[in-house]
Structures are given as C-alpha cells and as structure tokens.
Design a protein around this ligand. Structure first.
Ligand SMILES: [Zn+2]
Length: 281
C-alpha cells in the first residue's frame, strides 16, 4: 500500500510512550468486563508470546523510529476509513458517519469496556467508540502467524472499524440482546456472524479505498485475504495443538473469514454483507 506523504487522521490517541500508568489498575474482573462487551479481533496471543508488555508502570519512554512509522501508517489507514465510510454510510444507509478514535498502547490499557492487555489482541469498545491496538500485535502476526505486510495490518484496523460501523447502524445492540438469551452454542454462532460481517465491511473499505486512492495493489489484497485466513478459529485452534471445534468458534473459520472479506471487496455493498440473513436469522 502506498501511504507515505498522504493525509493522516488526527483521531489517534497515542499512549505507547506513556508507560503502563495510563492503563490504571487491571484486575481479573476488569479483563472479564472487556471479554463480555468488547469486540476482539479474535486472536488471544498469550499462548504464543511471553511478556508482550514492554512498558513499565509510570515510566515514560521515547517511541522508536519503527513505532513512529507504524503510527503514521495507521493514521493514513484511519483517514482512509473516515473518508470511505462517510461516503458509504451516506450513500448506502443515509447516515452520517461518526469518526472513532484509534488508541495505540503498549502492554495494557483501560477502556470504557474495562481493562485489557495486549495479549488479547486488538479490540473495539462500543461504550467509548474507540479502537484499541498494541502495535506489537503486527509483529506477532508476521512472525508467529505468517500474516505479514502493511495491508495485513490495514485489514486489522478495517475489521475493528467494521465493528464501529456495526455499532453505529445498531447491529451490536441487537446482537447483544439476542446473545443474552441464547445458549452458549447459539451465542457463539451470533458472535461468528458479527465477526464475519466486520470482515465483509473491511472488504468494503478496501474496495472503495482502492477505487478512491489507487494506492492498493493486487499483492495488498492477497496480504489481507491471507491474514483473514490466518486468524480463522480453526487455524488458531490447530496452531494451539487442539482439534477445531466449530461449536466453539467465535470469529469464523479461515474459509469463512477470507470468503466474507473477499465478498466485501468484490461488491463494495453493505447489503451484500448481511451474514445474519444468510444464516436464516
Ligand atoms: Zn472482531
């Protein structure tokens, strides 16, 4: 993706240099709150990394050149999502897009959904309409999951933005209402449908960004589809040494995640991303 020299978004709250003091007290209860109401990317990286946190309590530090560059890249991706979704929501849903804030952190963070550690992967909190991301996650994707490349990172952001769009159009509220009364298996199924729709929305973004900016290549698309496969529940369960159990999936199989991302890319239409209707709901 060609991004250098392009406009970046100012809706970024970069807390990476602040030390863990910005995270507040992180108890087990806080973690559980996040797990209940936050929307995670789907990758719990704690089994494959030790000590993802490099920040020490209260100790401020300078960002490395690489961290600064990643921040600039993400601000360009975020700006692209703002422009694309303002247009798509206006033309396809007659709504005004509300720009979310992207919070970059190191190690752990406090959100309206509770506290979270980097080991849980990136997430979106509907309560404060913010995306939370420890940029070291991209190193883990590349080194441990074989999902490298700047457009793999862009897909992660676009997926979380997809949850923000779901929040704005009322899907998250509806799904939460249904999940509250559902069995564990049905609740997991609703989670999968929510996640696959976020993947499809990420594809919509990629389609429109490619048309608007001409900065996205075939190789970029391949990187995103590869990343969507790599974070499929079956892939993650296998890499953790477990047999894939579809009833316990919460984000979707590699085949489904890549298929819905691709559908969003090919159609560019929100109406084509109705995973719930296609599941008979
Ligand atoms: Zn998600």
């Amino acid at each position: 993706m060609e991004w250098r020299g392009r406009r970046g978004s100012s809706n970024i709250d970069d807390r990476r240099g602040m030390g863990a003091s910005g995270a507040g007290g992180l108890g087990v209860a806080g973690m559980l709150v996040v797990l209940a109401v936050g929307y995670f990317f789907g990758v719990d990286i704690s089994p494959i990394v030790n000590g993802v946190s490099q920040s020490q309590p209260g100790v401020e530090r300078e960002l490395t050149a690489e961290e600064r560059e990643t921040g600039q890249f993400l601000s360009v991706v975020l700006a692209d999502t703002e422009e694309v979704w303002a247009d798509v929501l206006r033309t396809q849903a007659d709504m005004t897009y509300r720009d979310p804030t992207l919070v970059l952190f190191s190690g752990s963070v406090q959100s309206a959904c509770g506290g979270a550690s980097a080991a849980m992967g990136p997430f979106y909190c509907p309560g404060d309409q913010r995306l939370y991301l420890d940029t070291q996650f991209f190193d883990v994707m590349e080194q441990k999951m074989g999902a490298g490349g700047d457009f793999a990172a862009a897909y992660v952001v676009a997926h979380e933005i997809g949850h923000h769009v779901q929040n704005q159009i009322g899907i998250l509220r509806q799904v939460n209402g249904m999940r509250a009364q559902a069995s564990q298996t049905d609740s997991n199924r609703l989670s999968v449908l929510t996640e696959l729709q976020a993947d499809c929305f990420a594809g919509i973004w990629a389609r429109h960004a490619s048309e608007r900016y001409g900065s996205i290549s075939r190789a970029d698309i391949d990187e995103a589809v590869n990343a969507a496969r790599a974070v499929g529940d079956d892939m993650l369960m296998r890499s953790a040494g477990r047999a894939p159990m579809p009833d316990s999936f919460t984000h979707g199989s590699a085949a489904d995640r890549s298929a819905w991302l691709t559908r969003g890319m090919q159609t560019g239409e929100m109406a084509q991303c109705n995973t719930f209707a296609e599941a008979g709901l």
